[in-house]
Design a binder for this molecule. Structure first.
Ligand code: F6R
Length: 363
C-alpha cells in the first residue's frame, strides 16, 4: 500500500529514518554506545574480507571497503558477482566472504556464495529478505530491517546496508584493536543520530525539485566523489539512469583528467559530492576543472564544506549532517531525491522502469 505517496519509491525514501533505526537496533547497543556483532561474526581472525554483490548492493560494498580499511585496518576486496563467479579467484587462508543482497535471490550473488562455500570460506550474508535462498545457505545471516522494498530502484535497503556495514566496520575496528573507545563511541553516536539527520535531509525536497529541472534539461549527468563518496557517486548515477533514463556516470574526482573530462560542455551537469574532509581541496580542484569547461556544477555539501565552496558552485545543496559516516548517509538521501525528481519531470514509470526487474533470478 502506497498510502498517501505517489510512488513506492517515494514512500520508501521517506521510510528511511524509521528503518535505519530498526536496523541499527540489531547492530548497536544504544544505551552503551557499543556496536554489537552477530554471533560468529569474528573480524579479529580475518585476514581479508571479500565482498560480493550486484548493482546498488555492490556499491554499498564499495563504500564499506573504505570503512573497513579505515576503521579496522581490514584488507577488503569487492567484486560484482557476475565477474567474481567466473574468474579464477586466488583465495587465501584467512579469507571470509560477505554477500550483500536485498532480495537474497540474485542468481549471480547466490552462485558466488556457493562457490566460496565450496572453497571452504566462511560466508556472511547481509540480506533484507529473511527467508531468502542466500539467507538460508549462508553461514552467518546479517539482516537489514528495511521491510519489503517494492520500488525497483533500491533506496531504503541500500541505506540500511550502509548502516549495518558502518556498525560492523566499527565493531571490526574494536575487535582488531584499531579503534580506541573514544573514536568508536564517536562513530556510534553518529550512527545513532542518523535517523534524525536523514529525516532533516528529506526536508530539502523543494530545493532538490528546483535543481532537478535544470538537470533534466541537460544532455547528461556526471557524479564525482572521492573516498567513500566515489562509490556513492556511482550509486547516484545508477539511480538516475535507472529511473529517469538520463545518461549518467559516476567517476572518482581524480579520474576526470584521465578521460571523462572530454565529455564536459555546457549541456552537462556535474554533481560533486563534497563533505568537509581531508579531500576538500582535491574536490575543489575537480570542480574548477569542470566549471571552467562550462559544466553546470551542483555541489552537494555539508555544513562544514558549504561555506568553503560557496564560490565554486552554481548550486549548493547542504545535507544537514556532519561526520564521516553521517554525511554520507545524508548525501545518499540527496542523490535518491535528485533521481526521483528528475524522473518525475521526465514522466517515466518510477516504480517500474523499463527493462528492469526487482529481483534478477536469472543471469
Ligand atoms: C538498483 C538495484 C539493483 C540491485 C541489484 C541487486 O537500484 O536495485 O542494482 O541492487 O539487482 O539486487 P539484490 O540486492 O536483491 O541482490
Amino acid at each position: 500500500d502506497r498510502g498517501h505517496y505517489r510512488h513506492f519509491m517515494q514512500k520508501e525514501i521517506h521510510e528511511q529514518p524509521e528503518v535505519i533505526g530498526r536496523t541499527l537496533s540489531r547492530y548497536v547497543d544504544v544505551p552503551n554506545g557499543q556496536p554489537v556483532l552477530p554471533v560468529g561474526c569474528n573480524f579479529a581472525d580475518m585476514d581479508r574480507l571479500i565482498i560480493v554483490a550486484c548493482g546498488t548492493a555492490a556499491f554499498a560494498g564499495r563504500v564499506a571497503e573504505y570503512w573497513f580499511e579505515r576503521y579496522a585496518g581490514l584488507p577488503v576486496k569487492v567484486d560484482v558477482a557476475s565477474e567474481f563467479r567466473y574468474r579464477k579467484n586466488a583465495f587465501m587462508k584467512g579469507d571470509a566472504a560477505l554477500f550483500i543482497s536485498q532480495s537474497g535471490e540474485t542468481a549471480d550473488t547466490l552462485e558466488a556464495m556457493r562457490l566460496c562455500k565450496a572453497a571452504g570460506l566462511k560466508t556472511l550474508a547481509l540480506v533484507n529478505v529473511e527467508h531468502s535462498t542466500i539467507a538460508r545457505e549462508a553461514d552467518i545471516v546479517l539482516p537489514t530491517l528495511a521491510g519489503p522494498e517494492i520500488g525497483v530502484a533500491s533506496t531504503k535497503a541500500f541505506i540500511c546496508q550502509l548502516v549495518a556495514l558502518a556498525a560492523m566496520s566499527v565493531g571490526a575496528g574494536i575487535d582488531r584493536g584499531k579503534l580506541d573507545e573514544a573514536n568508536a563511541a564517536q562513530l556510534i553516536s553518529e550512527l545513532n543520530a542518523a535517523p534524525r539527520h536523514v529525516a532533516d535531509t528529506l526536508a530539502l525536497q523543494a530545493e532538490i525539485e528546483d535543481i532537478a529541472h535544470n538537470i533534466s534539461r541537460g544532455s547528461m549527468v556526471i557524479y564525482i566523489g572521492r573516498n567513500a563518496y566515489f562509490p556513492l557517486a556511482l550509486e547516484g548515477a545508477l539511480k538516475l539512469k535507472e529511473i529517469s533514463y538520463m545518461f549518467a556516470e559516476g567517476y572518482a574526482g581524480g579520474e576526470l583528467k584521465h578521460g571523462p573530462i572530454a565529455l564536459i560542455d555546457e549541456d552537462v551537469s556535474v554533481i560533486a559530492l563534497v563533505p568537509d574532509d581531508e579531500m576538500l581541496e582535491k574536490n575543489r580542484s575537480s570542480i574548477r576543472q569542470v566549471a571552467s569547461r562550462g559544466a553546470h556544477v551542483i555541489v552537494v555539501a555539508d555544513p562544514g564544506s558549504a561555506p568553503k565552496l560557496s564560490n565554486e558552485a552554481e548550486v549548493l545543496i547542504t545535507a544537514p549532517a556532519t561526520g564521516t559516516i553521517l554525511t554520507l548517509l545524508a548525501q545518499t538521501v540527496v542523490v535518491q531525491l535528485i533521481a526521483y525528481h528528475v524522473a518525475l519531470i521526465k514522466g517515466t514509470d518510477v516504480d517500474q522502469p523499463r527493462n528492469l526487474a526487482k529481483s534478477v533470478t536469472v543471469e
